[in-house]
Design a binder for this molecule. Structure first.
Ligand code: ATP
Ligand code: MG
Length: 280
């Protein structure tokens, strides 16, 4: 890849339960399962390589249980990989292996350098406080202290994610699903992260609301030049937001390439099934 990478994942694997050569050889798409019967081990992900450049959105697509969230959780440092490395390049140019960090350093990285937008806004927001308060929390975590500056920055972010400013001081609890996702986006972008992870960002929303949020995400990614990973089981979401993608099946990457080409001409039978499902 010629553009400078922001995230580089190499040989990533996560096995729940005992791991051995037999467990790896006995699981995956050709066995129709990520679970190895004799030991009960689940090979949630194995041999995963990903590169994401600044300004690029990479898609990770696969059905339920294929290992998408496992990969995401290893990338953000919530889960320790069984094998492999996850290296992030920060905005100052320094690189860091996320899998090797201690918990405090990992927390700092999650405040300054990367952000997650969860499928369920409850996982990313505090519903008991206001929209502005949710964004302010993230700024204060990064060391912002001036009330005036925090308020100005929070207003700017909410405006950018199309949350009406008259709603800034309303509790997020009283917001609709689409509006909550917009507040989550404002919060995620607060500290100018190098990498944003979007895990099924529109799955819980009505189709018409989802379309508006997808449009917004797309314009934010285009304008801000951040690296992004978009996880979805829905090829139409991946097609709208990403330029390259990987297809996961039973814990393995079965196909990868340019999203448009993959959508036009999927090679792996499982990718073909996903594409026809999205076209139906
Ligand atoms: N803590 C755990 N212990 C044992 N198995 C686990 C654990 N977490 C995940 N798994 C298994 O790992 C596999 C991959 O799960 P993962 O959550 O990554 O899938 P996913 O692609 O994100 O699915 P979904 O679309 O439903 O979110 C599944 O078989 C799951 O049951
Ligand atoms: Mg998941």
């Amino acid at each position: 890849m010629t553009a400078e990478w922001v995230l580089s994942v190499r040989g990533l694997g996560k096995v729940f339960g005992p791991v051995s050569d037999e467990v790896i050889a006995g699981t995956g798409p050709e066995h129709g399962s990520a679970k190895y019967g004799p030991t009960g081990s689940v090979v949630a992900a194995w041999g995963v390589n990903l590169d994401v450049a600044a300004g690029e959105a990479l898609g990770v697509i696969g059905e339920s249980g294929s290992g998408k969230s496992t990969v995401m959780r290893c990338v953000v440092g919530d889960l320790e990989p069984t094998v492999g490395s996850v290296v992030l390049r920060r905005s100052d140019g320094s690189t860091v292996d996320i899998a090797a960090l201690d918990p405090a350093a990992r927390r700092a990285l999650r405040i300054h350098d990367m952000a997650i937008v969860h499928q369920n806004p409850v996982d990313g927001l505090d519903l008991r406080i206001t929209a502005g308060g949710n964004v302010a929390d993230r700024l204060t975590a990064a060391g912002w202290r001036s009330f005036g500056e925090i308020r100005t920055r929070a207003a700017e972010l909410l405006d950018r994610t199309e949350v009406p400013l008259v709603r800034m001081d309303d509790l997020v609890r009283d917001f609709s699903g689409g509006m909550r996702q917009r507040v989550q986006l404002a919060k995620a972008l607060a500290n100018n992260p190098s990498l944003v992870l979007l895990d099924e960002p529109t799955t819980g929303l009505d189709a018409s609301v989802a379309a508006g949020v997808l449009d917004l995400i797309r314009s934010l990614l285009d304008d801000l030049g951040i690296a992004a990973i978009v996880v979805s089981h829905d090829f139409s979401v991946i097609e709208m937001l990403t330029t390259r993608c990987v297809v996961m099946h039973h814990g393995r990457v079965v196909e990868s390439g340019l999203t448009d080409q993959l959508f036009e001409d999927p090679h792996h039978p499982y990718s073909q099934r996903l594409v026809s499902a999205a076209r139906a």
